[in-house]
Each structure stands twice: as structure tokens, then as C-alpha cells.
Design a protein around this ligand. Structure first.
Ligand code: GDP
Length: 531
């Protein structure tokens, strides 16, 4: 197909104004509150109340699954698009509960930047660190938002040091807090020398000559102004200057202080994202780098979700676009199988309602309804043979055998497990010795979801029994004969996963280590890239 130069110019222009990002945070740091405030700013929601939700009364946008309501946990990843000052933000929401970290990790393959939210009283927590490590693997640039500054908080220098030391990441403060806790008066932009008073709009920010500007003391009192004077100097001298290149290569994070609850610092953060966060970048595939401005469409599936809407029983594949332009009615090629996939009604997950999108651009995420053809990790193109890399699978931490209450349902169970495995809800391993399949999940909650979906959607009541295995690893090696030897020797403890890859199952970590010692020519992986 011939493409006019103006088309590629338009694609490049649209790509350049996209900012696709996720929020990473330990539960309770304020991700939901911040999401809501970001969406409000982008004018994206009438549904502020729907994002906001607490404790037992917690309602999420995605009340698709009953278990979400029962447990008060958002199981599904969704995408929220909003526009501000000509920048289109795609916020890819990630489930907060750690049991669903696999979904979260995969979502991080589809973003170009992340906002790391810290609770100012707690700093870096376990989940923050885990998620950060995934960002680091992928060199995702990170903007830090230190939240809850309206409450008792740790000292800013202390927090900055902690980020620097525990994450081995340079920190460049952009905004500095003026006053603390109940005395918190606002933030001061160290570079623009702008003071933003708390509970005022961004437009009310005042540009000062510096922390010594007498207007500051008038606004916040001499004591807080003096403190800022001392700290601003120290902060500028003690931390590296913000540097766009270093931020974009993932070695330096700009830091903003604020309070999501009081909607303070959120506009500043959004400005920072608009200004610093990268638009979609060239992405590596197995054959070449793909530039976002290219005329032909490419994208990959990072999530599959079934039954989101009881009226649409089909599955929806979440596709992140990497190049080109998507329009209604296109036919795309699923590279793995060579099949044509019609995209008659691409879906935007804009707020709560599915909307029929007219067009989508690099950086955008669209939903493609299908009957189970599309899998996590699939690449879609207009015909070119290329595969994007990097959508990971993680070795499950819980392995179980399935107990069927009614043996007559064995065949149905097989179909159900197979479909749920394709969706990424569960991992499935078929032992080579012919014994029944083993299911693997990252966390207990995922088992509950599996059980509920088997019963409700497939009419298969089932339970789970402890299995003799604790650990699973994918096996690779250049020497095929060595793999075969390993399989021969360990017939009872090896299996294939849903994609036909070979895995080893171990009863203990000691056994895993021993296998590694005995077969140094093989690699035992806890993470596998899907493609
Ligand atoms: P999530 O688990 O990360 O999504 O956290 P939430 O957004 O649900 O927030 C957890 C709790 O912290 C809630 O009670 C919020 O009201 C509270 N919270 C969030 N942001 C702030 C803030 O800036 N200041 C204060 N004081 N509380 C906050």
C-alpha cells in the first residue's frame, strides 16, 4: 500500500504527543487517589467517585467480576485516556494487590514511563522495590511522587537518600516541600523558582527571585521561609541536576512532593510527565527496530481479558500500538500463526464505557475483541514478519493439582484451563509422564479467581490440592542432547507449559540447586519472554 508522506507526518505528530505510563506503588501509598486526581485534571471523569473506593465499600471501575467486589480488589488492568494541553495521556492501571503482580509486570511492558508513588511516612516499601526492578530491567524512566506530605512525614533528605541508596537511582528534586505535616504550606520549584501554595490552583503559583524573596516569608512565615532557604541550597548542591537524557535512560528520577488527597502537586506532576516523559520510542523486534512514525501498523498484546462485559462474552486482547495508525475495519496479521485478525470495532478503555474508537496511534492501547485467537505476547502487523520481544512470564510461586468434584467434567475442565491459560489467568503444566496437569499461579488470590471463574463461567466446580512440587523453572540450553538427557533422567519432574516450552519441577530449592550443579550446560529460568 502506498502511503503519502503526509500520513507518516501525521503519525509522527500524533505519536509525539502521547505519554503512556503506569503508576507503581506499594498498596496504600495512594495510587488510587492519585489516579482519580489525574483523571479529574484531564477532564476524563465523571466517575471520580467510581475510582475512589475504600475498604469493604471499595468499588472499582471494573466491577466486571464478582470477586472484585467481594474482595475489594481490582483484578483487571484497564486503560484510561485523557488529554491536557494537547498531550494525550494513556494511564495503564495495574492491579494493586501483590498477588496480581504478573499482570502488573506485563503492563509495564506496554508503557513508556512510570510514576513511582511513595508514602512520605514510609518511603520505599517491598512492592515498590519489586516493581521498580521490573522498570529497571526495561529501562523505563521513572518520575517519583512523594505523597501524603500533608501528614507526618519523614524528612525529605532522608527519603531522597533512601531512594538513591536502596534503588541505586540518582534523584533530582524538582519541587521541594515548604513546611511539614500540618505546617505544610506548598512546594517550591527549585528550577523555576516557583512557589505553589497548598490548596491553591496551579495558576496561583508565584514566581520568586529565590527562597529569600520577601514575598515567600509573607506567604508562609519567616520560619518556613528560612527552612526552605537552607534546604533548597543543600538540595541543589547535594543532588544531581535534573538531566533529561539520564532520566530517559532510567538512571535518574525527578522527584515531586505533594498530596494526592488534597490534590496538591498533582498538576505539577502532570506537567512534569508532559514535559519529560518520553513519547513512544523505537521498539526492538526480533528482526529490526520499529520506529513509531512508520506508516505500517505494529503492536503487541500484553493482556487478554475475558467476559469484562456480560453482554460481550468474547475475549478482549489489549494491544499496545508501536507504529502506524489503527482504523476501524483493518485486517491485521497475527505473526505467530499468520492468521488475519479483523479489527472491526477497536475498543478504547476510556473511563468506564467501552467506546468505539475511530483511530488510534502509537502509544495508544486498544482492545481487540476475538474468540480466543489472540494471546499474550502476540505481535500484530499489517503483514510484516516481526515479533516484539519482552512480554514476560514469571515462574509461579504456587503449584497445585486440580481436584475435580465430578469426573464427568474432565473434558470441560481441560478446555476451561486451556482457555484461562491463554488469557494468562493461570499457568498450565503437563507432566511428561502423563500425570494430570499442574496449575501455577503467582499468588493465592489468583487461585480464588481461578476457582470462581471455573465454577461461574464454565460450570466446573473444582478444588486445588498441594502438589509435590514447590518450584518451576523453564529449561533452555544450546545443547539439545543435554536437555534430552535431563528430561530422560527426570521424566516425573518435567513438563511442558501451555506454549510447549520445557520446564523442570522441583520439590525444594535444594533440588533446584543440585540440578543446576549437575547440568551446568543448562539454564533454569524464573522468567521467560513470550513471543
Ligand atoms: P492505594 O492502595 O495505593 O491505591 O492507596 P489509596 O489511594 O487507596 O490510599 C490509601 C489511603 O491513603 C486512603 O485512606 C487515602 O485516603 C489515603 N491517602 C492517599 N493520599 C493521601 C494524601 O495525600 N494525604 C493523606 N493524608 N492521605 C492520603
Amino acid at each position: 500500500m502506498d502511503v503519502l508522506p503526509s500520513d507518516t507526518a501525521e503519525i509522527a505528530r500524533e505519536a509525539a504527543r502521547r505519554r503512556s505510563f503506569a503508576i507503581i506503588a506499594h498498596p496504600d501509598a495512594g495510587k488510587t487517589t492519585l489516579t482519580e486526581k489525574l483523571l479529574l485534571r484531564g477532564g476524563a471523569i465523571q466517575l471520580a467517585g467510581a475510582v475512589r473506593a475504600k475498604g469493604n465499600a471499595r468499588r472499582t471501575r471494573s466491577d466486571w467480576m464478582k470477586i472484585e467486589q467481594d474482595r475489594g480488589i481490582s483484578v483487571a488492568t484497564s486503560v484510561m485516556t485523557f488529554e491536557r494541553d494537547d498531550i494525550v495521556f494513556n494511564l495503564l492501571d495495574t492491579p494493586g494487590h501483590e498477588d496480581f503482580s504478573e499482570d502488573t509486570y506485563r503492563t509495564l511492558t506496554a508503557v513508556d514511563a512510570a510514576v513511582m508513588v511513595l508514602d512520605a511516612a514510609k518511603g520505599i516499601e517491598a512492592q515498590t522495590r519489586k516493581l521498580f526492578e521490573v522498570c529497571r530491567l526495561r529501562d523505563i524512566p521513572i518520575v517519583t511522587f512523594i505523597n501524603k506530605m500533608d501528614r507526618e512525614a519523614r524528612e525529605p533528605f532522608d527519603l531522597m537518600d533512601e531512594i538513591e541508596k536502596t534503588l541505586a537511582l540518582d534523584v533530582a528534586p524538582i519541587a521541594w516541600p515548604v513546611g511539614r505535616a500540618t505546617e505544610f504550606a506548598g512546594t517550591y520549584d527549585l528550577y523555576e523558582r516557583r512557589f505553589r501554595p497548598v490548596d491553591a490552583t496551579d495558576a496561583d503559583a508565584v514566581t520568586l527571585t529565590g527562597p529569600d524573596d520577601p514575598r515567600l516569608a509573607q506567604m508562609v512565615g519567616a520560619e518556613r521561609a528560612k527552612l526552605l532557604h537552607d534546604e533548597a541550597e543543600l538540595a541543589l548542591a547535594g543532588f544531581p541536576e535534573f538531566n533529561l537524557d539520564r532520566f530517559r535512560e532510567g538512571t535518574l528520577t525527578p522527584v515531586f512532593f505533594g498530596s494526592a488527597l488534597r490534590d496538591f502537586g498533582v498538576g505539577h506532576l502532570l506537567d512534569g510527565l508532559a514535559r519529560y516523559a518520553p513519547p513512544p520510542r523505537a521498539r526492538a523486534s526480533d528482526s529490526r527496530m520499529v520506529e513509531p512514525g512508520e506508516a505500517a501498523l505494529t503492536g503487541f498484546v500484553f493482556k487478554v481479558q475475558a467476559n469484562m462485559d456480560p453482554n460481550h462474552r468474547d475475549r478482549v486482547a489489549f494491544v499496545r500500538l508501536c507504529s502506524g495508525k489503527l482504523t476501524k475495519g483493518m485486517r491485521l496479521r497475527q505473526v505467530r500463526t499468520g492468521k488475519q485478525v479483523p479489527v472491526n470495532a477497536p475498543l478504547f478503555f476510556f473511563a468506564k464505557d467501552r467506546q468505539v474508537a475511530e483511530e488510534a496511534w502509537p502509544g495508544d492501547v486498544v482492545g481487540v475483541a476475538n474468540h480466543g485467537t489472540l494471546r499474550i505476547g502476540d505481535t500484530l502487523t499489517e503483514g510484516e514478519q516481526l515479533n516484539f520481544r519482552g512480554v514476560p512470564s514469571f515462574a509461579p510461586e504456587i503449584l497445585r493439582s486440580v481436584r475435580l468434584e465430578d469426573p464427568m467434567l474432565a473434558k470441560k475442565l481441560k478446555t476451561a484451563l486451556s482457555q484461562l491459560a491463554e488469557e494468562g489467568v493461570v499457568q498450565l503444566f503437563r507432566p511428561f509422564d502423563g500425570s494430570p496437569p499442574i496449575v501455577g499461579v503467582v499468588g493465592q488470590l489468583q487461585l480464588d479467581v481461578l476457582q470462581s471463574r471455573l465454577r461461574v463461567e464454565y460450570g466446573v466446580p473444582a478444588g486445588f490440592d498441594a502438589s509435590q512440587w514447590q518450584i518451576m523453572r523453564w529449561i533452555t540450553g544450546d545443547d539439545r542432547a543435554a536437555i534430552d538427557r535431563f528430561l530422560d533422567l527426570n521424566r516425573r519432574d518435567t513438563a511442558e507449559d501451555h506454549d510447549g516450552e520445557v520446564v523442570a519441577l522441583f520439590g525444594s530449592d535444594w533440588r533446584r540447586k543440585r540440578a543446576e550443579e549437575e547440568f551446568p550446560m543448562l539454564k533454569f529460568h524464573a522468567v521467560r519472554e513470550q513471543h
